[in-house]
Design a protein around this ligand. Structure first.
Ligand SMILES: NC(=O)c1ccc[n+]([C@@H]2O[C@H](COP(=O)([O-])OP(=O)(O)OC[C@H]3O[C@@H](n4cnc5c(N)ncnc54)[C@H](O)[C@@H]3O)[C@@H](O)[C@H]2O)c1
Ligand SMILES: O=C(O)C(=O)C[C@]1(C(=O)O)C=C[C@@H](O)C=C1
Length: 360
């Protein structure tokens, strides 16, 4: 028994169904359970597995909101549902403490957290490739058995992720910086848009979309995540608030006629530190950020246009690493920005021009 001969996913939402789909891609038998029968039905129809009939499995993956993880593990262990257990919650100290308090068998439980997700919830948003090349934190405690950790490493590998072993406290402080505080900051920016004028919204470009995408996430789920990591997140938010207050004060001072440009140093310093911060984010597969080259193409706003564009790239043997679309309000046109390896640019531009595409 290797622990991955059959898997039970409890909580068939975005993350649970994505894990299930990734495992089904490797022919692992997957059983599905959720308190919402509709979520199980939809996950099953998407090909994520079959409804759980109570049989014992190798591994149970608990993919419910953070404060419900421990009670689910305790219940499943009482029922003898699985040999090994893990969860995917975005905070790690909370479920570990609650599982210990409920008397769970901590030897069979490997707390986990894939650093991949989306701003949408539910099985319909799930993707089999969600975890490809993404870090997946494993936070074994002193009680966790090495066998259980090995099983989890196998799960992460099947899902295409990169296992990173880290203590729960260090994990929680780290994700406060790279995930939780950024979410709140994005919400603060997006909240300004709730009161913005039609003119302002009509001028929205890619910048505001980039900064606010994650703010569309489920407020109930995120309230649970943030309250489960309250102090580390508060520390980071206070540091961000200090930077913002300094920048605002500098701008006010510089706008006063008697001060001229005095005080702008505070703003420029923040912008410079921001540039340094962006360069420190690793790229795909945890390596250093790879600089892709971008090729811009004008596209008509009609069905099939993007598919035709991709066909040209495919015929030219060019892999598209990423794509962004920019719509021009009021015009039947948009711009597609294709991110490709720098060495592929000549072949792609040549193929596009030959195919009659308009390149700016
Ligand atoms: N959303 C993300 O980007 C993301 C990324 C990584 C990890 N996570 C973590 O994954 C977990 C699930 O998040 P999600 O985004 O998939 O949420 P989701 O809302 O899409 O799915 C959660 C599912 O859990 C089910 N559920 C709730 N209580 C349950 C219970 N007691 N028993 C059985 N099922 C129950 C819900 O019905 C729902 O189907 C959370 O712990 C979250 O912190 C989320
Ligand atoms: O990409 C997104 O939409 C996410 O919100 C994913 C993200 C993240 O911050 O990176 C959010 C919360 C999770 O716990 C893990 C991943």
């Amino acid at each position: 028994m290797n622990g991955l001969e059959s898997v039970l996913v409890v909580g068939t939402g975005l993350i649970g169904t994505s894990v299930a789909l990734a495992l089904r891609g490797h022919d692992v038998p997957v059983h599905l359970a959720d308190r919402d029968a509709g979520a199980v039905r939809l996950a099953r129809e998407l090909g994520a597995g079959v409804e759980w009939d109570g049989r014992r499995v190798g591994l149970a993956v608990v993919a419910v909101p953070p404060h419900l993880v421990a009670e689910q593990i305790a219940r499943l262990q009482r029922e003898g549902a699985a040999r090994f257990y893990t969860d995917v919650a975005s905070v790690k100290r909370l479920p570990i403490e609650q599982a210990a308090a409920l008397g769970c068998d901590l030897g069979a439980y490997v707390p986990g957290h894939p650093l991949a997700g989306r701003e949408r919830s539910g099985p319909a948003a799930a993707r089999a490739d969600l975890f490809l090349g993404r870090p997946w934190a494993l936070c074994p405690t002193e009680e966790t058995s090495p066998d259980a950790v090995e099983v989890l490493r196998g799960l992460v590998k099947l899902c295409g992720g990169e296992a990173v072993e880290v203590g729960a406290d260090e994990h929680d402080r780290a994700v406060a910086v790279v995930s939780h505080a950024p979410h709140v900051a994005a919400s603060a920016v997006a909240a300004r848009l709730a009161e913005a004028s039609g003119t302002a919204l009509g001028l929205a470009g890619q910048g505001v979309r980039d900064v606010t995408r994650i703010a569309a996430g489920d407020p109930a789920l995120w309230t649970g995540i943030l309250s489960g990591n309250a102090l580390p997140v508060a520390d980071v938010l206070e540091a961000i608030a200090d930077d913002l207050a300094t920048a605002a004060a500098a701008l006010r001072a510089s706008a006063a006629p008697e001060d001229g440009t005095a005080g702008m140093d505070g703003v420029t310093g923040l912008l410079r530190r921001g540039v340094v911060g962006t360069t420190r984010i690793p790229g795909k597969h945890g390596g250093p950020a790879r600089a892709y080259a971008s090729v811009q193409v004008v596209i008509g706003d009609r069905p099939g246009e993007l598919a035709r564009l991709f066909q040209v790239a495919e015929a030219a043997g060019v892999n598209i690493e990423d794509v962004r679309l920019e719509h021009t309000p009021g015009l039947p046109l948009g711009a597609a920005e294709l991110q490709v390896q720098p060495e592929a640019v000549p072949a792609l531009t040549e193929a596009l021009r030959t195919g009659g595409w308009q390149l700016p």
